[in-house]
Design a protein around this ligand. Structure first.
Ligand code: NAD
Ligand code: UD1
Length: 337
């Protein structure tokens, strides 16, 4: 029998790719999203790519009554919770907004799941819970300690989930700590569409390549890394989407945290080179001061997810940038066109 999965934030970047992965495995998908940071065109893209329909509910999950109606109206059997605000800088400027949105949405969902005896919950956490790691690659048992309000919301939600699972052994919860998701669906129909000037490296580089922005600033050339620029564990968004499917299908009683990354790092200069290769364009850049809050290296040890979930991220940096470029070049203004 097909299973119905609620994907919150399913119109967003990672949620939309995960919706495609689930539909391709014949799950029924209900998407709840208030479109605060996404476009209804993402829903159309999901349906075009899969030739299937999704049930889309435009809902603010901070509103408890709306969440009640969602569960009353749909036969939800599991929840993948992407909905949330995610910009680190914005979270420092408007912490209350971040705490309210990220925590209240989650509490409303967990409450309603409990009422309807739905206990399978997959949550979008982040490598940001590790703060500045003492050693890399990072294992799940490493010390956590986020350094900004956004990271605190992820850390707090992880704690709430752990407490909930400890209190009632019917809960089955996977906390997925993503490293740096990049790339786009290979069709070129779905990808990342940030509002305003991108904060993150790959969307910024893509907008330079497509002539929406002039020049990249490389935030520091004197880090303790092989070429002096920051090293990150970039993971293709479609590999990440498959990670959610694996997390859902291999969920166990209790609450587990998993690193979703490749285990391989790339520097800013390596990302620029891969983007130039993928696009055939030159990416002008200057090396500037470090960005506040940045770290030298972030790298996952994904062994636990590889072993427990039977999942592995296979796509390499060249594929990530090739797919990102296809999306960006075919949709220079994202979903706006
Ligand atoms: P996104 O902004 O593209 O998607 C989040 C979606 O949630 C958006 O469509 C937004 O409209 C929706 N949303 C926000 N608040 C809502 C509310 N109150 N009610 C209903 N919908 C709401 O972000 P993304 O990159 O797809 O990230 C998905 C999740 O993964 C987020 O929780 C994010 O914090 C987490 N995450 C993202 C990254 C990353 O680099 N993209 C890294 C680690 C963790
Ligand atoms: C950012 C978030 C982090 C989140 C992660 C996952 C910040 C401060 N941190 O981390 O919480 O979990 O995304 O998506 O936003 N860079 C440049 N020039 C740019 C942009 C970035 O040189 O214009 C460099 C950065 O210094 C870093 C690398 O590129 O070395 C990657 O940056 P970014 O894509 O913003 O991701 P993170 O900093 O890892």
């Amino acid at each position: 029998m097909t299973k119905t999965v609620l994907i919150t934030g399913g119109a967003g970047y990672i949620g939309s790719h995960t919706a495609v992965a689930l539909l391709e495995k014949n799950y029924d998908v209900v998407i709840a999203d208030n479109l605060a940071n996404s476009s209804p065109k993402a829903i159309e893209a999901i349906e075009t790519i899969t030739s299937k329909t999704v049930t889309f509910c435009k809902v603010d999950l901070c509103e408890q009554q709306a969440v009640r109606e969602l569960f009353a109206q749909h036969p939800i059997e599991a929840v993948i919770h992407f909905a949330g605000l995610k910009a680190v800088g914005e979270s420092v400027e408007k912490p209350l907004w971040y705490y309210r949105n990220n925590l209240v949405t989650t509490m409303n969902l967990l409450d309603e799941m409990q009422t309807h005896e739905v206990y399978d919950f997959v949550f979008s956490s982040s490598a940001t819970v590790y703060g500045d790691p003492e050693t890399v690659p990072i294992v799940e048992t490493a010390k956590t300690g986020p350094t900004n309000p956004y990271g605190h919301t992820k850390h707090m939600i992880e704690q709430i989930c752990q407490d909930q699972a400890a209190a009632d052994d019917r809960w089955r919860i996977n906390l997925l700590r993503y490293f740096n998701p990049v790339g786009a669906h290979a069709s070129g129909k779905m990808g990342e569409d940030p509002n305003g000037i991108p904060n993150n490296l790959v969307p910024y580089v893509m907008q330079v390549a497509v002539d929406r922005l002039d020049k990249l600033k490389v935030f520091g050339g004197d880090w303790d890394t092989p070429d002096g620029t920051g090293v990150r564990d970039y993971i293709h968004v479609c590999d990440l989407a498959q990670g959610h499917l694996a997390a859902l299908e291999n969920i166990q009683a209790g609450c587990q945290a998993y690193n979703l990354g490749t285990g391989t790092g790339a520097s800013v200069l390596e990302v620029i080179a891969a983007a130039e290769q993928a696009s055939g364009k030159q990416i002008p850049y200057t090396i500037t001061d470090r960005r506040a809050g940045d770290i030298a290296t972030s790298l996952a040890d994904p062994t636990k997810a590889n072993d427990d979930l039977g999942w592995r991220a296979d796509r390499n940096l060249a594929t990530m940038l090739t797919d990102a470029w296809r999306w960006q070049s075919e949709n220079p203004l994202g979903y706006e066109e």
